[in-house]
Design a protein around this ligand. Structure first.
Ligand code: ADP
Length: 472
């Protein structure tokens, strides 16, 4: 049920509207607003044009009407053919006191209106509106008012038609805007949907090799897809390393555990002699030792990975560490008739963690002896050069094939396990050495020729201010 709920949520952006819907709504709103503004603009322009047109017509007709009035024998005379309705305009004539003396006014026309000579007025009652133009004649002190009234029906009918068009067009426009907006946004969001789907596939623990298709994407979406793909690449590599590391570690631990179990079972047999039991216990002890060193290496690497491996940096005499560890390996070298030559410059001081640096020397020296030629030599050189301590440990042993030279720094990598003399090698020594050197801001590299020997060299920055009193 929980799962179903989760599945259902996937395609919606939780609360409220999805981005697609929001963009569509914004788009539609903006479009409708623009069209309404445009419509309003056209409406007001056409209204004022129509008003002007009707006003000038009214004025023209009124002035024509005035032409048909003559002043003869001290009074105003109207032509015989004068008409009080012309071109939609209704005429009325008023005397000086504003009393209607000829013509008529439209029904519902307001009774108390002011006469204004040669100017336009608009009067309206509930349903009707009229444009009015008044002309005044003045002869011999006699004043006559002529009023032309034009019902604004034409103007209204245009407005009504436009409103009707707007009422029909608006819902249509909104529908089209929503449809077009949604299809545009949907297309624009298609690559995002692909990104989401790929991330979902990976998130569901499925295919880590899945990548977002980028052929059809451009611009910002392409950058986003590339960034995600790079992240997936890193995730895949890191998961692969993790998986490999776990499987290698368990494999490495399985062998000594199997030996310990079988030896313990053997020693516990009722007919086992005390000698056989002692031998079994010795083997168990040896295997436990191997396990313990493997576990400590694994622990250090794991701590190095998550950044919790603390190194206590202090001024350290590297010359002393080199001599001390060389001395420590003399026995082991002696067993293989290997001579250790030293060329160690005195007082090479670095800022470092002494225990870790001891581990570096021991590891490299043990490897040189282990993979060295019986009866051959190992040469340890340490000197200061260009602000760095430069140390090399060379041997004339079996060497490393060029294709293995890069891989020896990988965890659990052994160039050829069958060549490991004791069979006790873990393949974790060099990765640890590399991490320690890099934690000391140094670099390490190996040169080798199969059958001729190998040389491991590292350099660590020298301590800037040497102060003998503070040396460890
Ligand atoms: P281990 O020695 O425990 O196998 P390392 O990480 O120290 O693990 O070394 C990894 C591999 O590098 C070794 O298995 C070996 O094949 C190769 N190697 C290291 N040092 C030397 C050397 N001096 N000469 C030849 N091969 C070496």
């Amino acid at each position: 049920m929980k799962n179903m709920k989760k599945q259902g949520k996937k395609h919606f952006s939780g609360k409220g509207l999805s981005i697609k819907q929001k963009v569509t709504l914004w788009y539609a709103c903006m479009l409708v607003l623009i069209v309404l503004l445009l419509f309003g603009f056209i409406f007001s322009i056409s209204r004022s044009l129509l008003q002007r047109e009707s006003d000038s017509r009214l004025e023209e007709v009124v002035l024509d009407f005035v032409d048909d009035i003559d002043f003869e024998n001290g009074s105003y005379e109207l032509d015989d053919d004068i008409r009080f309705y012309e071109d939609g305009v209704i005429f009325s004539i008023y005397d000086e006191q504003g009393r209607l003396i000829a013509g008529s006014v439209p029904t519902n026309f307001p009774a108390d209106t002011v006469l204004k000579a040669y100017s336009f007025q608009t009067f309206s009652t509930g349903e009707s509106t009229w444009s009015v133009y008044d002309a005044a004649l003045s002869q011999d002190g006699q004043i006559l008012w002529i009023r032309g009234v034009l019902p604004s029906e034409t103007l209204f009918s245009v407005e009504r038609t436009m409103l009707l068009v707007l009422l029909i067009a608006c819902p249509l426009l909104i529908a089209v805007a929503l449809l077009v907006g949604y299809s545009i946004t949907r297309r624009a969001f298609l690559p995002i949907e692909e990104i989401r789907q790929t991330a979902e596939t990976i998130g569901a623990g499925g295919d880590l090799s899945a990548r977002i298709p980028t052929e059809r994407t451009q611009g910002e979406i392409r950058q986003l897809a590339d960034t995600f793909n790079e992240m997936f690449e890193r995730l895949e590599t890191s998961f692969e390393h993790e998986r490999q590391f776990t499987s290698d570690a368990s494999h490495e631990l399985r062998t000594p555990v199997a030996v310990i179990t079988s030896q313990a079972e053997y020693a516990l047999l009722p007919d086992a002699t005390p000698e056989e039991q002692k031998e079994g216990l010795e083997i168990i002890l040896e295997q436990a030792g191997k396990m313990s060193s493997l576990i400590s290496q694994l622990l250090m690497l794991a701590r190095a990975d998550n950044g919790s491996q603390q190194l206590t940096m202090a001024p350290t005499d590297l010359s002393l560490v080199a001599s001390m560890t060389t001395e420590q390996c003399q026995d082991m070298a002696g067993q293989r008739q290997i001579r250790i030559d030293c060329e160690i410059a005195p007082e090479i001081i670095v800022d470092g963690d002494q225990a870790s640096l001891v581990r570096v020397f021991l590891n490299l020296l043990e490897n040189a002896v282990q993979y060295g030629r019986s009866g051959g030599f190992v040469k340890v050189s340490l000197s200061a050069r260009d602000g760095s301590a430069l140390c090399s440990i060379a041997d004339d042993g079996i060497g490393i094939a060029s294709e293995d030279l890069e891989r020896i720094w990988q965890r659990f990598y052994r160039a050829d396990p069958s060549r490991s003399p004791g069979g006790s090698n873990t393949g974790l020594g060099l990765p640890l050495v590399k991490w320690i050197i890099e934690a000391h801001h140094g670099t390490i590299w190996a040169e080798s020729k199969p059958g001729k020997g190998s040389c491991f060299t590292f350099q660590i920055p020298l301590r800037q201010k040497q102060n003998k009193d503070t040396l460890l």
